[in-house]
Unconditional design. Structure first.
Length: 416
């Protein structure tokens, strides 16, 4: 069986700890081993310790990976992304820089509707090619697992097309994909003025096909009063739950204590965004065991100033998750190190808290806490060697592609 020893890590950041998401002061405990090393056998972590302890276990057959005095982290788990779409919105980005507002661009048919138009027209091959480019960006940031949402098709066939592309990407074993059905991302143009009809399409046609083909593990809804208000969001989420899908909710991005209360009531796995949430929403989520997912890159990229109350979430003891929200409109970044920087600068999370939120807590939010998210014996050997000597540099020196080598299940990934 193929064996690998990683050593000469300035810090092996293990995130070892209890077999559950980390809360409160635990989020600062990274389980760091200075001059750390790790033995991997058959794609799984066999042992973790100081270099001399691991050196004793090595045979002549063992492949040696010298970390070169750098930091080794578990692969980041990005628990909220929209990584499959056609075209991009660089033109709108330029217009916004020149002073155009979101409302003006929406009136010109821009925003998410332009991405939907192009994604509908794209072939599977075109979507794959674009998504492979973004896959490289995730990997070069040190990310090894992403949650991947549909939601730019908004017809039965084009939503299935997106989910099949996600399945194909996952089967290539270059990055792990966890698929989420987001048919309720927006009301498509052809259903303007009759949103109830679109909800029926989701419930009666899309969800049964998605589940029959096992194309998704989660169902997500963009729950805001003027997109999918509470009653319509509830109809979709309840139907998804009945089909056996677990739930994630785009909640409280603009209206406070709205989607969060629904996510709590339906015991969703996560409530994501939460920029506008107050203590009532947070307490409801906490009592229901829903993990909050904060997405500071979407606040930054929209040029807004209201960041989610991450400090309050940690103080309440909530198992916080940090993700990029990679998408062509509000958060065009696949960089978890960028999210770490934003978390420390704007959310006032320590670098350690941010790393915990981007690894082990994120893994639990995707039902994979026993498999990935930390470097502990028995887990899959998903890790990255970063251009950093101290883990805090990951958040501090921002705007870099930090990963020098990335492994998934003990296999070295090509970073080109
Ligand atoms: Zn999103």
């Amino acid at each position: 069986m193929h064996e690998l020893a990683v050593w000469n890590a300035s810090q092996l950041v293990t995130l070892a700890g209890p077999a559950r998401p980390r809360v409160g002061a635990e989020m600062r405990e990274l389980g760091i081993i200075e001059n750390g090393a790790m033995l991997v056998r058959g794609g799984r972590i066999e042992a973790v310790g100081k270099r001399p302890e691991i050196e004793r276990l090595v045979s002549t057959e063992t492949e040696i990976v010298d970390a070169g005095g750098r930091v080794v982290l578990p692969g980041f788990v990005d628990a909220h992304t929209h990584p499959v779409f056609a075209g991009n919105r660089a033109d709108e980005y330029e217009l916004r820089a020149e002073g155009a507002t979101y409302a003006e661009m929406a009136a010109r048919g821009g925003g998410i509707r332009s991405t939907v138009r192009r994604t509908r027209e794209a072939t599977d091959q075109e979507l794959m090619e674009a998504a492979k480019r973004y896959r490289g960006w995730f990997l070069r940031a040190g990310t090894t697992t992403i949650e991947a949402k549909s939601g730019y098709g908004l017809t039965l066939e084009t939503e299935l097309k997106m989910l099949r592309v996600i399945r194909q990407l996952g089967s290539e074993a270059c990055l792990r994909y966890v698929p989420t059905f987001l048919g309720a991302h927006e009301i498509p143009d052809e259903y303007r003025g009759r949103p109830g009809e679109y909800v029926k399409l989701i419930v009666h046609e899309m969800l049964p096909r998605v589940t029959a083909e096992r194309l998704a593990e989660y169902c997500d809804v963009f729950c805001e009063p003027d997109v999918f208000p509470e009653d319509r969001a509830r109809a979709v989420l309840e139907a998804a739950k009945a089909c056996g899908l677990a739930l994630r909710v785009h909640a409280d991005q603009f209206r406070g204590d709205y989607g969060s209360l629904l996510a709590a009531e339906l015991e969703a796995a996560t409530a994501d965004h939460l920029e506008a949430t107050t203590d009532a929403g947070l307490r409801a989520l906490h009592e229901a065991g829903v993990q909050p997912v904060v997405l500071p890159a979407s606040v930054y990229a929209l040029g807004l100033t209201r960041y989610p109350p991450a400090r309050r979430m940690i103080d309440l003891g909530m198992p916080l998750v940090l993700a990029t929200d990679f998408n062509p409109g509000s958060s065009p970044t696949a960089s978890m190190p960028m999210a770490l920087s934003l978390a420390s600068t704007h959310l006032k999370m320590t670098p350690a808290e941010a790393i915990t939120a981007a690894t082990i807590n994120a893994a639990y939010s995707l039902g994979r806490g026993g498999e990935i998210g930390s470097l502990e014996p028995g887990k899959s050997a998903d890790f990255a060697i970063h251009d950093a000597v101290d883990y805090r540099e990951m958040a501090y020196f921002f705007g870099r592609e930090t990963a020098r080598a990335v492994y998934i299940a003990g296999m070295r990934m090509a970073l080109s």
